[in-house]
Design a protein around this ligand. Structure first.
Ligand SMILES: NC(=O)c1ccc[n+]([C@@H]2O[C@H](COP(=O)([O-])OP(=O)(O)OC[C@H]3O[C@@H](n4cnc5c(N)ncnc54)[C@H](OP(=O)(O)O)[C@@H]3O)[C@@H](O)[C@H]2O)c1
Length: 260
């Protein structure tokens, strides 16, 4: 798979998929690992997903990138969440402040952990363009190493506001909700198979892969993190990271097929 700053370009999200079901997590994470996925995104917001991810990575942790989050207004509770991360994963490659919650307060102690080598990168996330003013303020501090936002043919505000700032500051970019979020609204009515004929020479076989490749055609993006509860879909999605890059015409085709 193609590799950028955070490793292979297709990762795996964990929201609403395996929750506390460690057996299912082992199947989905195992299939993803076999297909070349290395970055796994989670959060204390995702029920038992963090613990299940820890169990699923047992014996296969080397070379992986755990990108999880601190999600609480309280520094004490944030430190407890982090201690749990250390128990499950030993160290955290990307520790993100979820949805900007108390980001100034969390930054101070997270920076100490980064200095001590327990965290490689500190990140920040938000799912809503209405929060981009605050996200810009956070990134402007120069203290974050990664940022996570949505990007689809229907949700492109980050192209105007966040990706240019990330590029200017050398901040790595993680793309959430590539199919429009839980329930995958963008996959509900896939275009007929022959509509994708123009993309087959690039190595794209399915509509899910076309949407992922559309995102990865932007060189400012480092990794996209589709979530799934099905091992075969984890492999289908990972294969998008092997495709050749879409040019402007192919990108426009995906936008038209999406109805954007
Ligand atoms: N604020 C934040 O920090 C934030 C917010 C949102 C998301 N995130 C992160 O981003 C990740 C991705 O976003 P998301 O999970 O909300 O939405 P998503 O990845 O856009 O969509 C997930 C949905 O797509 C379906 N799916 C996946 N691959 C498929 C395929 N090949 N064919 C058909 N359906 C497929 C899954 O259903 P099945 O299980 O049935 O396959 C699931 O319902 C999250 O899991 C989370 O890690 C972070």
């Amino acid at each position: 798979m193609e590799v950028r700053r955070l490793g292979p370009v297709v990762g795996l999200g964990t929201y609403g998929t395996f929750d506390g079901d460690a057996r299912l997590a082992r199947e989905v994470v195992g299939a993803a690992l076999d297909a070349g996925v290395r970055l796994f995104d989670s959060s204390p917001m995702y029920g038992g997903a963090e613990a299940s991810l820890g169990a699923a990575l047992e014996g296969r942790r080397e070379g992986t990138v755990v990108a999880t989050k601190i999600w609480t207004p309280s520094v004490e509770e944030g430190k407890r969440q982090y201690e749990a991360h250390r128990r499950w994963y030993e160290r955290v490659e990307v520790e993100q402040v979820h949805n900007l919650v108390s980001w100034r307060e969390h930054l101070r102690w997270l920076e100490r952990e980064r200095e001590e080598g327990h965290i490689d990168r500190i990140g920040v996330t938000h799912y809503a363009a209405s929060a981009f003013d605050e996200l810009e303020r956070a990134l402007a501090t120069g203290r974050f190493d990664t940022v996570q936002v949505p990007l689809t043919p229907f949700e492109r505000e980050c192209e105007r506001r966040i990706l240019p700032l990330a590029e200017e500051q050398g901040i790595a970019v993680i793309i959430m909700e590539p199919f429009g979020g839980t329930g995958a609204p963008l996959l509900r009515r896939p275009p007929p198979g022959d509509a994708l004929a123009g993309l087959r020479p690039l190595g794209i076989e399915t509509w899910a892969q076309a949407l992922l490749a559309w995102i990865l055609a932007d060189p400012r993006v480092d990794v996209v993190i589709p979530a799934t509860s099905r091992p075969e879909r984890a492999q289908e999605n990972a294969a998008a990271g092997e495709a050749r890059h879409l040019g402007p015409d192919e990108r426009a085709l995906v936008e038209r097929l999406a109805g954007a």
